[in-house]
Design a protein around this ligand. Sequence first.
Ligand code: SF4
Length: 323
Amino acid sequence: MARASEAARAQLRWRLADEGAAQQPLFAEEGPTWRAGHGEFRDLEFLEVRAQRVINPVPPQSRMSFRYTINAYRGCSHACRYCFARPTHEYLNLDAGRDFERRIVVKVNAVERVRAEVQAKRWAGELIAMGTNTDPYQRCEGKYRLTRGIVEVLGQARNPFSILTKSTLILRDLDVLAEAARQTTVHTAFSVGTVDDEVWKLSEPGTPHPRRRLEALARLREAGVPTGVLAAPILPGISDSPAQLEALAKALVEAGVESATPIVLHLRPGVREEYLRWLADVRPDLLPKYEEIYRRRSYAPKAIQAEITTRFRSAFDAARRRR
Ligand code: SF4
């Protein structure tokens, strides 16, 4: 089998936002050849690569609460318009728009690498976060089953881990998640930033409906898998009206969520351009507002964050009292 040329290998080198210290080459055995998806995956393309390392350290300057991550896929068919991982596709000379949503890099050796890495003497068994850059239960997990394999390996190794997802596909793995939760510390969470149908269809077109995510949350909990919700992102002018925040708070409380903090949209350079292009199509009237909020910064001003948090908390508390 022909090895990838140096140029082809160089093309596959990329540096990830949450893995800055771990710039790593990825190798496609036959060079960077895209494989067309078939059947239910026919609208996707896959680049199957072998990674040198799959458990990646988070840069020391990161404010994240975890020190290691696993991302078995790059690109995400969930296609959220605000996705902060979009620019990572540009390291592959792909674009952060359609390519990010349809051309998925698959680390086909992820399960075997994780098994080897957690057994290494130098590995101290620290918590590993999944879902930090792309969704581990995006559509192609139905085909490759890498997340399932990784969950099994981490459970057997009694290595704590967390999973953040927007997908109900996680229910396929109830058995291995419940078993892992008996062996080690496991935490799963769903991102649910809105329950407004229109906003969901527009801003997260490839994801399962947010109410189905909340149903999945209940099933995980029943199976003994600790789970929660990240109420994120709240999109200024799109999903932050009092009525929308109230509906979100009510849905979370009805799903048994005991606490949730809303997180307002974060638009760093690279993501901002993609998001504003989309906004110009769907809500051009909001461009001046976004220009004002995000022109000089990636985070919304504290006053806006505080207003949304206060509104959401009071709706959440009211929903809990009624319940
Ligand atoms: S599910 Fe997460 S990783 Fe996937 S597109 Fe949406 S925000 Fe990005």
